[in-house]
Design a protein around this ligand. Sequence first.
Ligand code: HEM
Length: 108
Amino acid sequence: MSIVKINVLAVPAEQREVLEQRFASRAGAVEGSDGFEWFELLRPLEGTDQYLVYTRWRSEEDFQNWMNGSMKAAHQGTAGGEGGERPKPAASGSTLWSFEVVQQASPK
Ligand code: HEM
């Protein structure tokens, strides 16, 4: 079964729009990564102020390969990207959560 990696982003209220705009113009490289299965940017409505970047992968190894490869290019200036072309990250903090999928369902 797949694994789920969720990056939890603390985003100050005045930076929300900036964050969403950055994702709107994201690299789009993750779609081409081997073992990539799903991505969603989740905007908080109730119960938390944190944005979730939900990703699902065929295996831990596929996720690690992405982290060591195109993830870096897709995060220029936000999460250790080397270019730093963008002035300042929109998020003030981040935490990575890891899960394995034990059950799943989709509509019949
Ligand atoms: C310090 C940690 C991180 C921060 C602040 C951050 C923030 C961002 C931002 C603002 C973007 C939009 C593109 C850009 O402006 O660079 C982005 C893209 C993305 N982030 Fe992160 N991120 C971090 C780490 C991670 C991690 C650990 C994951 C793994 C779940 C992740 C998953 C993604 C994905 C899938 C994209 C889209 C890439 C693409 O389109 O190819 N991020 N991130």
